[in-house]
Write a new protein. Structure first.
Lengths: 687, 148
């Protein structure tokens, strides 16, 4: 067994544990009296200690051990939870995260000792609770112990071959022991722990039998106990000492396999039986075990059900996704074949295939969906720290954490959200004094909401702070030479807000550590748009700001409108298509040299895609009718003039690759039914 | 084939551009394809001809003649696309004709720092000599960065 294979599990589980510790700490800070949270933190610290010990991360184990001591004192009421103490626990959490990150990047826990923190924890403990020196066997574990007590030892039978080995060993003056090891119920990496125990035993003895089998133990196919038969030159004391020095071993029963010990065992009426008197030295008997297999079976059924989830490497999902994409392309090809005879049966089958592929696609997409919670859960801590730093009182209200998004979106959405939340905390929420004067409650509120709306997921960041001073923004825009003061007069609220998304545009008077360097919103916008999303800001001066991010549910496969521009085929994401209009060339008007049309009484700028995309075309042909695809981007409309429509189709988005990544007007490519490539227009940069 | 065991021997894919012969280290060549339909990509340099679909993968295509400022050629039955790949980035290169794969010993490869101020001298690792032929050996890494 190689420890490395457990490293991944360790990392994943530690991540989860740290996350729950984080949540519990935040809860505990709000409700210091909440014993449940304290217990949760204690449980996590305890589990982490065990896991770290198993993996040989001694520094991590040491820190969690010290934490555990302090937490134990808290639980037993020997000290009270103070804000300072919570801060220290948060710091501990940060250190644990640092350890974890080092482990992730290097595979080892690194050399950093954080001895300052260890000392602090020690001081806290010794200052208040000289008497309390809790061992690993804390109450939480004691309960578990009671449960462990009840569990059965699997019936145990020694077959002839094994018995011969024992006989031979005893003849050579060696001792044979049957050792049953009970692991702590909280033990997480059972098989790794068992591995360590096996190693310890093998240092002093030879293992001749194991129940369950070693392979099963390696696969964690056992409860919290296993039994081995060993032969050794050593005394049982050695084993007792060795086993009890291994963490997470609850207890070990060591029975000498000689007549006396057996008698004793049966006298105590233990279920350890099964070791029949026939075992006695020199006796030939001992039929092949029947009981053993039964015992194993019982063990199997009594094993607690493992969860119904499976961890899957994201790369594997990507492979699956690619295969589904290929299947969809192939299906589209099949449906589009024209030089074949189409019987009704063929059409039916193709339709059926179409349904299956669509369902398959949905299913795979669902597998890739991750709740936004995985991103959201770090925000409460962040807002807490930010608020402390700024000396403001801020409450973060989150809702819709269960809303799901594609994995790729989840990975990218964190950073923009951090930006927006920090903006709200730093620029939005006023200081307590200012709020009081403005007649607002002293504690500021930031709302982070996620919900699904049609084929989009909406994420909103809203604060009840001071809002954006649009006049100031306008002045700044003039100052920076983005507009002249005359134009500024006629700007709508929306237009002014759009300045905020320009690169290097910050209205903050002073640059703080958190924000105001003017590298904020434009980065956010770029990122969101790269994800195929749209961002909008609503603000009311004095009342607050709300940023709305609209993201597509899926990224890889979308519905698209295919169009001809000249001889070339292009795809426009259907989610951006508002309507299709046919107009005569005379309907095109000009406003400040910009071509526009009137669409339901609104002025809509039009873009001649053929020109923008430099499509070569035959001269002289003037169409009598123009096809305008009305594109919706946020609240804004614009019209794309195309030559003709091909139709709606499900397309698989493919990247153009690193070399061609920076072409603004193209969002990607897709493979059409005929195997040719069509480019997908980047509506955000065109419209 | 004793030579192949020799570490001083390198294999090259030799192709023609006009009258000149060029070579790529065979390690960098993924596959050689017949000419196929190329989808033009707007807003790219003229030597980028567009992209193709190679079994589900989108691969950009460069016209090597145009890149080396040679007069462009008419597509023939011999025209091929040589796909090269470095660090997961693939690029297809249009060449006039594939000649062969050739083993060259290190001795028969000459550095050409003395070729003067040729604009593309950077993109050449050396010149291979084989039975009186002269083969310009290209540096695929450089060609890939050229596409930027």
């Amino acid at each position: 067994m190689d420890m490395n294979q457990y490293l991944e599990i360790f990392i994943e589980e530690t991540k989860e544990h740290l996350q729950s510790m984080n949540q519990a700490l935040l809860q505990m800070e709000k409700h210091p009296g909440d014993k449940a949270m304290l217990n949760e933190i204690f449980r996590v610290a305890h589990t982490l200690k065990g896991m770290a010990g198993t993996m040989g991360f001694s520094k991590l184990a040491k820190l969690t051990h010290e934490m555990e001591n302090v937490l134990h004192a808290l639980r037993s009421g020997e000290m009270d939870i103070t804000p300072d103490l919570v801060d220290i626990l948060f710091e501990c959490l940060d250190i644990l995260e640092k350890y974890l990150n080092t482990i992730i990047s290097t595979g080892g826990e690194g050399n950093e000792e954080f001895s300052g923190m260890l000392r602090t924890l020690n001081e806290i403990k010794s200052a208040r609770t000289p008497a309390a020196e809790p061992s690993a066997g804390t109450p939480a574990v004691e309960v578990e112990k009671a449960v462990a007590e009840e569990s059965r030892t699997a019936s145990f039978q020694i077959n002839q071959y094994e018995q011969n080995a024992i006989n031979k060993a005893t003849e050579m003056g060696m001792n044979a022991f049957k050792i049953t090891v009970f692991l702590n119920k909280g033990c997480v990496l059972k098989s790794a722990r068992a591995f360590i125990i096996f190693q310890a035993l093998e240092r002093h003895s030879e293992i001749i039998k194991s129940v369950p089998k070693v392979e099963d133990i390696e696969d964690e196919k056992f409860d919290f106990e296993f039994t081995v038969v060993v032969v050794s030159r050593e005394d049982s004391v050695i084993f007792d000492r060795e086993l009890n020095s291994i963490a997470e071993v609850e207890r070990a029963e060591i029975i000498s396999l000689n007549a006396e010990a057996l008698k004793e065992a049966s006298a105590r009426g233990e279920t350890l039986g099964g070791v029949k008197p026939g075992l006695e030295r020199g006796d030939e008997a001992g039929p092949e075990s029947i009981q053993e297999s039964e015992g194993v079976k019982v063990l199997t059924t009594s094993r607690p059900k493992t969860g119904k989830t499976v961890r899957v490497d994201i790369d594997r999902l990507d492979v699956l996704m690619n295969l589904v994409s290929e299947l969809i392309i192939s299906k589209t090809k099949l449906a589009g074949l024209d030089d074949i005879v189409r019987s009704q049966k063929f059409t039916e089958e193709v339709e059926y295939l179409e349904r299956i592929t669509t369902n398959l696609h949905d299913a795979v997409m669902k597998v890739r969906m991750v709740p936004v919670e995985t991103v959201f859960n770090r925000f409460p801590r962040m807002i807490r720290d930010t608020a402390k730093e700024l000396g403001k009182a801020i409450n973060l209200h989150m809702s819709g954490e269960e809303t799901e998004l594609d994995r790729t979106v989840i990975d990218e959405i964190g950073e923009p959200l951090i930006h927006l939340l920090r903006n709200s905390a730093d620029h939005g929420i006023e200081s307590a004094d200012t709020r009081k004067k403005a007649g607002k409650p002293e504690t500021g509120n930031i709302y982070l909401r996620a919900y699904q709306s049609g084929n989009n997921v909406i994420i909103e960041v809203e604060d009840d702070g001071k809002g954006i001073d649009l006049e100031k923004t306008k002045r700044k825009a003039i100052e920076k030479g983005l507009i002249n003061s005359q134009v500024a007069e006629n700007l709508s609220k929306k237009d002014i807000i759009s300045f905020l998304f320009r690169p290097s545009f910050s209205t903050a008077d002073k640059v703080t550590d958190l924000s105001g360097r003017g590298v904020g919103l434009d980065v956010v916008k770029t990122k969101i748009e790269a994800l195929g999303g749209v961002i909008d800001v609503e603000t009311e001066y004095g009342k607050g700001t709300k940023t709305v991010i609209r993201l597509p549910l899926t990224l890889a496969i979308i519905q698209a409108l295919l169009v001809y521009i000249g001889e070339e085929k292009y795809a426009i994401p259907l989610s951006n298509v508002h309507k299709i209009e046919y107009i005569s060339p005379g309907d095109v008007k000009f406003v400040q040299q910009q071509e526009v049309i009137l669409f339901r009484n609104t002025v809509v700028p039009i873009i001649r895609l053929g020109e923008v995309l430099e499509v070569r075309r035959e001269e002289g042909k003037k169409p009598k009718q123009l096809t305008v695809v009305i594109i919706k981007k946020g609240d804004r409309l614009s019209g794309f003039i195309v030559d003709s429509l091909i139709g709606q189709q499900e397309i698989v988005i493919k990247s153009l690759g690193k070399l061609l990544m920076n072409i603004k007007v193209i969002a990607g490519a897709t493979i059409l039914g005929d195997g040719n490539v069509a480019l997908i227009l980047d509506v955000n940069s065109l419209a | 084939m004793d030579e192949s065991a020799n570490s001083n021997v390198k294999q090259f894919v030799v192709f023609k551009l006009g009258k000149e012969e060029y070579g790529f280290d065979i390690q960098r060549v993924t596959i050689i394809e017949r000419m196929m339909k190329i989808t033009r990509v707007p807003k790219t340099p003229p030597y980028i001809k567009g992209v193709i679909n190679l079994r589900g993968e989108i691969i950009p295509i460069m016209d090597l003649r145009e890149r080396f400022r040679m007069p462009s050629a008419i597509e023939t039955d011999d025209t091929r696309i040589v796909i090269i790949k470095i660090d997961e980035v693939s690029l297809g290169l249009i060449v006039d004709e594939i000649m062969q794969t050739l083993q060259l010993t290190e001795d028969s490869i000459e550095n050409i720092t003395n070729l003067g101020e040729h604009a593309f001298v950077d993109y050449i690792i050396g010149v291979g000599k084989h039975e009186g032929r002269i083969i310009t050996l290209l540096n695929p890494e450089k060609i890939l960065s050229l596409a930027d």
